[in-house]
Design a protein around this ligand. Structure first.
Ligand code: FAD
Ligand code: EPU
Length: 338
């Protein structure tokens, strides 16, 4: 079951060439437990792998990469809402479209996000004004040290913007095996995100006539117009998080740059990192094999299948330039391995 020296290039959407010393594809909880026991006996680091759309391989991985292929989906409808439970290895977008095709609303703004269900809680995926936590009910995860399954509800997960307990105090301690979501019994479209609002206004789509399927189509059209398809131009989506700054920082930037793009986030401000990078002159830039996408400056691309070092080198150069020009620090969104 455990293979040696496996090429991870097909397993990461940045198409970075790197090898994993050990590799296992698990389809059952028992296989997962066995794989974890193999790694623990040899004190190997573990890389849980979904679709590989939010990782950067900075070199060969000296441990065990575990491709999570646990499958299964169930849906239970009650008056107050619908509960959808999916195993970690289900494709996220297919889960969204399964609910949308049944006429159930709630996940449509999260259409077309690449990757698997099991990774969705790790960074609390979000798009077009909705985050996973808005629809989350609970998850099950296997503790790496014991092989036991534990249940986590919303309060346990410490969800925040692109963050959860699994990136913080419980980092590298659990493998998520199943996620349960609750969709509202009475659906209301959420169309407040600027790009979505503009798309609907341009087409004169009437709010009353909207369905989850129409919103999913709008979100998919917008995404396709600016985000490169990883199969064609390798990428990991947004390379940096949008930085959240205090009012003093926001106001001084706004005076210097009246067209700064920012959104209120409680008593702080979330700046559009894409705008900062674009304004610093990086959109469309190339550095040998790697570069910055020409219609979304927050997306670093790897058309020449360059190394992780080339990509992280470019990311550091961009972050240093943004810091010098705007005094704002950018933090990478994907996780670096090893
Ligand atoms: P992977 O890349 O395989 O893993 C990501 C991290 O989670 C790794 O640290 C991995 O070890 C860990 N992990 C994976 N599965 C498990 C598990 N079962 N248990 C424990 N740890 C696990 N993200 C957004 O939030 N919003 C977007 O709009 C968005 N758009 C994107 C667009 C493009 C074109 C691309 C390429 C990416 C985009 N992303 C977006 C990022 C990415 O799709 C999400 O982070 C997604 O949830 C990653 O899923 P994955 O299965 O590919 O995870
Ligand atoms: N903009 C520019 N130049 C660009 C691109 C955008 O100036 O090259 C400006 C535009 O004014 C735009 C603003 O930046 O209004 C924000 O751009 P966009 O709506 O594309 O969103 P984003 O902030 O770049 C975030 C998420 C995406 C998510 C979209 C939609 C982060 C880090 N990224 O991108 O998530 O799909 O909003 O909600 O929060 C991801 O996490 O991988 C990801 C793609």
């Amino acid at each position: 079951m455990i293979e040696a020296d496996i090429d991870l290039q097909p397993h990461n959407t940045l198409a970075i060439p790197a090898q994993s010393a050990h590799f296992a594809r698990v389809r059952t909880l028992d296989q997962l437990r066995e794989a974890l026991a193999f790694a623990l006996r040899r004190r190997l680091p573990i890389l849980p792998l979904g679709g590989g759309s939010n990782i950067v391989l900075t070199g060969d991985f000296p441990g065990l990469a575990i491709q999570l292929d646990l499958r299964g989906l169930s849906l239970k409808s009650e008056d107050l809402g619908h509960t959808v439970s999916a195993a970690a290895g289900e494709n996220w977008h297919q889960l969204v479209m399964t609910t949308v095709k049944k006429g159930l609303g709630g996940l449509e703004n999260l259409a077309l996000i690449p990757g698997k269900v099991g990774a969705a809680p790790i960074q609390n995926i979000g798009a077009y004004g909705i985050e996973l936590r808005d629809r989350f009910s609970s998850l099950q995860a296997m503790e790496i040290a014991s092989g036991e399954i534990h249940t986590f509800d919303t309060g346990d997960c410490a969800f925040a913007y692109r963050d959860s307990v699994f990136k913080g105090s419980l980092r590298d301690q659990y493998i998520i095996t199943q996620v349960s979501l609750v969709l509202p019994g009475k659906w209301q479209p959420y169309i407040g995100y600027p790009a979505l609002r503009e798309y609907l206004q341009k087409r004169n789509w009437d709010r009353a006539a909207l369905t989850p399927a129409l919103v999913a189509r709008a979100v998919s059209d917008i995404r396709n117009s600016k985000l490169p398809l990883p199969e064609i131009i390798p990428n990991a989506g947004s390379f940096f998080k949008n930085p959240v700054v205090d009012t003093v920082c926001y106001e001084s930037l706004k005076v210097a740059h009246p067209d700064l793009v920012a959104f209120a986030a409680g008593d702080r401000w979330k700046l559009a990192a894409a705008w900062l990078i674009d304004r610093a002159g990086w959109r469309g830039a190339r550095r040998n094999a790697v570069g910055v996408h020409d219609s979304q400056a927050l997306v670093l691309v790897n058309p020449g299948r360059g190394s992780g070092d080339e990509l992280t080198g470019l990311a550091e150069e961009i972050a240093a330039d943004v810091r010098a020009k705007f005094g704002v620090s950018l933090e990478p969104e994907p996780r670096y391995y090893p």
